[in-house]
Design a protein around this ligand. Structure first.
Ligand SMILES: [Zn+2]
Length: 323
């Protein structure tokens, strides 16, 4: 009996926590708009890398997918999930940014017939040595979950402004609003439905990662998102945001964190502090402005990393300003 209970407990702790198939997380968000939702964690072998969201929209003329999840296998499960809803062809997959958790599954979407749309920067990224470092690092953690995963460049790229994709009655505006979370963030906007797929530009009370884009232009991007006034905002991580109040709160939260961090670092640089000082004191300085940051998951670990990148960004800005 004891053994049985023990086995049951082991089964619970290893078997119950994570979805075994992407389709178990499927949610219908609005007519013809669906999402699958990864856990809000770092990549681990146990979560199979299912830490990000992907979405799909079914139109009369086929399916448009937004983002491709973290591995080829998860991408395959995404395609199987789409097949549970519709047998229409998968025509396009828009990748909001070329970070591992959003584009490593593109191989499966291409096999399903999709053309991959991304920002021009994606091409630069897949051919850079640092992308291989990330690939090796992911392989170390995910091991066999990475089988079949390849870094595949997009088929259709653009750099400025927007690309319009019309499928049946539905018009998708694929836009590059700014250099924010990465140099090549794009969002997908369905004006007629008020639905915005925002990639990793908006976070719901979590810490955004500021290591590969630009914090100053990211703020401009958030202002633009507010001015679009979406009624549904579908982020790259976390829960869908289904009301304007929720969206406004999350966009403003993201804005406030980035601007607090920038303000504090600028002041420290003006006072002649160096990067080591900034990294060691940045948590305390931000908590002085807003003690609630202490409740934000991973704040104490990620905030100093963000500070490191923003320090050099602001230093450059000050050189440009002639200070
Ligand atoms: Zn992400």
């Amino acid at each position: 009996m004891k053994l049985l209970i023990l086995l049951f407990l082991i089964a619970l702790s290893f078997g119950g926590d994570y979805p075994k198939h992407v389709s178990q997380t499927l949610k219908k968000i609005k007519d013809n708009v669906y999402g699958v939702f990864g856990v809000y964690e770092q990549v681990s072998y146990e979560n199979r890398g299912f830490i990000s969201n992907a979405y799909f929209v079914v139109t009369d003329e086929g399916v448009l997918v937004v983002d491709a999840l973290t591995t080829y296998k998860l991408g395959k499960e995404l395609v199987e999930t789409i097949r549970k809803i519709t047998d229409k062809p998968v025509r396009f997959a828009v990748i909001t940014h070329y970070h591992t958790d959003h584009f490593y599954g593109v191989g499966a979407l291409k096999e399903a017939g999709a053309e991959i749309i991304a920002h021009e920067w994606a091409n630069e990224y897949v051919s850079s040595p640092s992308s291989w470092n990330f690939y090796e690092a992911r392989k170390k953690i995910l091991k066999d979950h990475m089988d079949g995963t390849e870094m595949i460049p997009p088929d259709i790229v653009f750099s400025e402004g927007e690309l319009k994709v019309q499928m049946g009655e539905t018009v998708f505006e694929v836009k590059h609003l700014c250099r924010g979370h990465t140099p090549g963030d794009i969002v997908v906007w369905i004006p007629e439905k008020g639905v915005l797929f925002s990639g990793d530009l908006v976070f719901d009370g979590r810490l955004p990662f500021l290591g590969s884009g630009n914090s100053r232009t990211w703020l401009k991007c958030l202002e633009e998102i507010l001015s679009m006034r979406p009624s549904v905002l579908l982020p790259g991580h976390g829960e869908p945001m289904l009301s304007w109040e929720k969206i406004e709160k999350s966009v403003k939260w993201t804005y406030r964190y980035i601007s607090d961090l920038r303000t504090v670092i600028r002041k420290m640089i003006e006072e002649g502090k160096d990067i080591d000082y900034v990294r060691e004191n940045i948590n305390e300085a931000l908590l002085k402005i807003n003690p609630e940051y202490a409740q934000v998951p991973v704040f104490f670990d990620v905030n100093p990393v963000n500070a490191y990148y923003v320090f050099f960004e602001i230093e450059n800005e000050m050189i440009e300003e002639g200070q």
